[in-house]
Design a protein around this ligand. Structure first.
Ligand code: PLP
Length: 401
């Protein structure tokens, strides 16, 4: 018997498909702007010095490979929470944040949706920004949570549709779950201002919505870990019982190590314990317990003052290189008299820039210039460097003329 003849071919992953097309291209000029990972000045993957030093320290310690507890390594989750919430965070000091180590940011989101699908007493509807990171949809729908959208991107201004966003959040059924990108929104690179975050906090509170923060880029956005945590910390100060999904993939360059946390503000230590007991029951059948090495690297860096300082410098260096590419690209597009307004390239933040070009223009860039990006016109700024930026600007300019 053949059991599997009825399995249909699944659609290709839209982002990995870009990388495949790039790999097949034999042109020496080819540029891959699809990938969501940092690249150095020479277009190469980058391992942070602080990470290499932490590797040495761990190697010398000759640690064992015993299982971690279901919720992960205690030193890691404590240090990671301090980084996200700030050491002086009230709920942190009062011991009422339920935290579990997760398989990076994706795994944190999966714990969140798994927990919410079982225990959330409000409407099981997750509001996502339009557009958002593609994986958010199956992460919710896979566990029976309904997905809705709130307006986010304004095509006309290539900026934030703040009024549309507020209106949709206001019109959502009271108690809905609102997913917010803490900083460096993926894919648009457009974030609310601090004043806008304050308004959102009030609105979400008034509607008794639950705020679910996805923080995949702390420090990587502006180069400043405190500034990038503004929204999360402000909401917590304002008394929101937020859920936070934290990733160390980008800011520590630990993509494949899968280090992250899921956390939730609760109202008491007793409630925290009850929630953790159920979080463990979400995690256990998924993967039993998390991997140890990435968590040890993060804990070593965050817990060793000299490595921590070095990491702060390195994360700023990555952010600054991206910011300088934004400046340069903008200037080149203006110099080349490219039709349109390109100020958004400079004002957007984080790994990505939403160029605003059409799918046909994206295709033309791939076909004629060997430049690859996702269909929505999103480019990874990290894929640009001194060697290819002139070529990219000229090609983009040509494509829109
Ligand atoms: N959330 C957003 C918005 C992202 O852009 C990403 C990665 O691209 C993630 C979450 C999760 O990444 P990871 O699972 O590698 O931590």
């Amino acid at each position: 018997t053949n059991f599997w003849s009825g399995v249909p071919q699944g659609p290709p992953d839209p982002i990995l498909g870009v990388t495949d097309a790039f790999k097949r291209d034999t042109s020496p000029n080819k540029v891959n702007l699809g990938v969501g990972a940092y690249r150095d000045e020479n277009g190469k993957p980058y391992v942070l010095e602080s990470v290499l030093k932490a590797e040495d320290i761990l190697h010398q310690k000759k640690l064992d490979k015993e299982y971690l507890p279901i919720t992960g390594a205690n030193d890691f989750i404590t240090l990671a929470s301090e980084l996200a919430y700030g050491k002086d965070s009230k709920p942190l000091q009062e011991g009422r944040i339920a935290v579990a180590q997760s398989i990076s940011g994706t795994g944190a989101l999966r714990i969140a949706t798994g927990f919410l699908s079982q225990f959330y007493s409000g409407p099981k509807v997750l509001y996502l920004p339009d557009p958002t990171w593609g994986n958010h949809v199956p992460l919710a729908e896979g566990v029976g949570i309904k997905v809705q959208r709130y307006r986010y991107f304004d095509k006309k201004t290539v900026g934030l549709d703040f009024n549309g966003m507020k209106e949709d959040i206001k019109n959502a059924e009271s108690g809905s779950i609102i997913l917010l990108h803490a900083c460096a929104q993926n894919p648009t690179g457009i974030d609310p201002t601090q004043e806008q975050w304050k308004e959102l906090s009030e609105l979400i509170k008034a509607k008794k919505h639950l705020a679910l923060f996805d923080m995949a880029y702390q420090g990587f956005a502006s180069g400043d870990i405190i500034r990038d945590a503004f929204a999360v910390r402000y909401f917590v100060e304002q008394g929101h019982q937020i859920i936070l999904c934290q990733s160390f993939a980008k800011n520590l360059g630990l993509y494949a190590e899968r280090a992250g946390t899921f956390s939730m503000i609760t109202s008491s230590t007793d409630e925290k314990e009850r929630i953790l007991s159920q979080v463990k029951r979400v995690i256990r059948p998924l993967y039993s317990s998390p991997p140890v090495h990435g968590a040890q690297l993060v804990a070593t860096i965050l817990g060793t003052p000299e490595l921590y300082e070095q990491w702060l410098t390195e994360v700023k260096k990555m952010a600054d290189r991206i910011i300088s590419m934004r400046e340069k690209l903008y200037n080149l597009l203006v110099e080349l008299k490219t039709p349109g307004e390109w100020g958004h390239i400079k004002s957007q933040i984080g790994m990505f820039s939403f160029t605003g070009i059409s799918p046909e223009q994206v295709q033309a860039l791939a076909d004629h210039a060997h430049i690859y990006m996702t269909k929505d016109g999103r480019i990874s700024m990290a894929g640009l460097n001194e060697h290819n930026i002139q070529y990219f600007a000229e090609s983009l300019s040509k494509a829109v003329k």
